[in-house]
Write a protein that binds this ligand. Structure first.
Ligand SMILES: [Zn+2]
Length: 268
């Protein structure tokens, strides 16, 4: 069994997690830049973080035979101060030269504020100018549907092919909108919030397996770095074919991510 976890924050995880993921069949991870659980006090904090994502984590993952790729941005939670956010965004072009960077992400909205939207639009323009893929974070709970629509409208105002954009953390009430507008959809498997392996399998059964993937979004909070292999087990338990299970946990991530020339993963 082989799978890709296309959204996980390994900077927050231990080396034991890499080992357990490798033993469970993980061959590659992609790590979006995100909120560290505290606000950084200067853009220099992001410079160090981007170095950790592009230099240190690929080496740590390689010890376990896992390929590590990353996405860069200022996350929506720290993007409400435009001057600060612009200092961070100015750091990104230099890091786009690194050969494990796949694009801009996870960008989006947190509280759907005007300032967040301005910085979102500027990061969409950055992705467009540098021909980068985009990975989108959608807000939680009651703001999710509204936030997802605001983000999709901002994306549609650019000239970026929606097939090069993945909208993550979709749930039952947002997935149809995302797919209908031509974007890719990501389902996040969390122990309590977001989707469970059971609900994600329900969504595959209802909406099909085109342009959709699953991820653990493992981070410093309650999360499970083995959520993707657990979802594979749930699909298998329900009698789904191995070809379908591989499609949503291996082939679909590879198809989307391979649109970046930096994504190269050999499947043994
Ligand atoms: Zn995330």
């Amino acid at each position: 069994m082989r799978y890709i976890d296309p959204h996980i924050h390994m900077v927050s995880r231990t080396t034991d997690d890499y080992q357990r993921m490798a033993q469970s069949g993980c061959i590659a991870v992609t790590e979006p830049a995100f909120w560290a659980g505290f606000d950084r006090s200067s853009a220099k904090g992001f410079h160090d973080y981007f170095r950790q994502l592009t230099e240190y984590e690929p080496r740590r993952a390689a010890l376990f035979g896992i390929r590590h790729f990353t996405w860069l941005c200022i996350n929506p939670k720290e993007a409400d101060d435009p001057a600060f956010a612009r200092d961070v965004v100015a750091l990104i072009p230099e890091f786009l030269k690194c050969d494990t960077v796949l694009g801009i992400g996870e960008i989006g909205l947190n509280k759907n504020t005007r300032n967040e939207m301005i910085i979102l639009e500027e990061q969409i323009a950055l992705a467009e100018a540098h021909n980068q893929l985009i990975l989108v974070h959608t807000p939680h709970l009651e703001d999710k549907r509204k936030g997802t629509r605001l983000i999709m409208d901002a994306l549609s105002a650019s000239h970026i092919d929606p097939g090069r954009i993945l909208i993550d953390h979709v749930e039952e009430h947002t997935v149809a909108d995302v797919l209908d507008r031509g974007f890719w959809a990501g389902m996040t498997l969390y122990p309590d919030t977001k989707m469970t392996p059971q609900r994600a399998t329900d969504v595959i059964e209802m909406y099909g397996s085109e342009r959709i993937w699953m991820n653990s979004a493992g981070d410093w909070g309650c999360s499970d770095p083995l959520a993707v292999p657990k979802a594979r087990l749930e699909m298998s338990r329900r009698g789904h074919a191995m070809s379908l299970i591989d499609k949503v946990t291996l082939e679909n991530p590879r198809t989307f991510l391979s649109q970046s020339p930096n994504f190269r993963v050999d499947i043994p």
